[in-house]
Design a protein around this ligand. Sequence first.
Ligand code: ADP
Ligand code: MG
Length: 369
Amino acid sequence: LSPPGDTYGVLPRPCHALVLLNPQSGSGRALDDFQAVVQPMLAEADITTTVFVTERPHHAHEKVRDEDLSQWDTLVVMSGDGLLFEVVNGLMERPDWKEAMKKPLCILPGGSGNALAASINYYAGYDHVAKKKLLTNCTFILCKGLYTQMDLVSLSTASGKHFFSFLGFGWGFISDVDIDSEKYRWLGSARFTLGTLQCLAKLRVYQGRLSYLPMATEQGSSPAPRGPQAPVTNGHIPQPPGTDAPGSLPPDSLLVPLGQPVPAHWTVVPEEEFVLVYAIYQSHLGTNLLMAPAARLHDGCIHLFYMKAGISRVALLKLFLAMSRGTHLDLNCPHLCYVPVRAFRLEPRVAAGIMTVDGEALACEPVQG
Ligand code: ADP
Ligand code: MG
C-alpha cells in the first residue's frame, strides 16, 4: 500500500498516450468503441494516442515491462480489469519499478468486468452508469487529465507466487461466479447475473482459516466484528537485512512468512466454514455491484468481507440484489461480516474452489497480502 496523503498531478498538453487495448475483452467491441467514442473526445483534449492491440494473454505485460516509458505521458488500458492487472504487474517487474509506477495509468472500460472504472466513476461523483455511458465518463476523466495515487496490495502464495493487486482477492462464491461465467463473456456484464444464478443453484461451502490485521482502532469504531479484542500495534515486523536494496521490491512489512503462525496481534476468525471470502480495495466488485461504499482510491485499507456457512439461498440472493445499491450491510445479515483491515491471510484446508486476484483465476492455496 502506498503511503497516505494524496497529491494530484495534471497531464501535460499536448499529451502522448500509449493505449493498450484487448480486442477480445467484453463482447469484443473494444476497438470499435475506442475509435467511435474515445478517439474524438481525446482529440478535442489535445491527447494523441498510439494504440497497441494485444494479440494474446501476457502481451501487454511484456510490452510495458520492456517499453521505453519516457515517450509516453500516460498508459491507458482499454479492456476489463484483467489487462490492467497485466500492466501493473509488468511495471512492477521492471528494475526501475519505483519510477515506472509514477507513470499515470488510466482505465477505459472495454471488458465485461470493469470494476475499477465503475469505482472511479463513483469516486468522481457521477451517477451510476454502465456500458457506453461509463466509457464516456471515464474518457472525460482522462480528458481532464487529473491523476492521483491508488493503493496496491502485495499478495503472495504458499508456492511462492507474488502479485500486485489493485482490485481484490476472492475465494468461494464470487470467484466461482467470475470464472464460471467467462464462457458467457459475449453477454457483457450480464454474464455475472447469469453466473450468480447458476452458482446459487449449486451453493458450496469452503473450509479454511481466515486471519487479519484490523485497521488501527483510533481510525473508527470497533474493528473486529466479534470475538475478543486483540491488542493492536502498528503491525510493523522487522524485515531481514538486504530487503531494501535498490530496485528490490517493497518489503511486506506487515506479514510473516506463510509457514509461520500469524503474529499474536492479528485476529483469527473462529469459524472455518465459508461461502465466500472477498478482500476488496476499491468500491465496486463489478459495474453493478457496490460492495464497499466506504472505499476510496487511496484509503490504505483492505475491505474484508466474509460470509459464514449456513446462509440460505434466498438470503444470499437478497444480499446480491442489495449490493447493486450498496445497501447489503443494512440488511444486518448474521452470516455476512465486514471488517476494514490492513492485511489478511487465508489458509484453505484443501485445495478446493477457485481463487481470483483482480478477477483472474489462481490455483487454490494459502495466500496473504
Ligand atoms: P474481460 O473483462 O472481458 O475479462 P480483461 O481485460 O479482463 O477483459 O481480459 C481478459 C483476459 O484476456 C486477460 O487475462 C488477458 O490476459 C487476456 N487477453 C489479452 N489480450 C488478449 C487477446 N488478444 N486475445 C485473447 N486474450 C487476451
Ligand atoms: Mg477480466
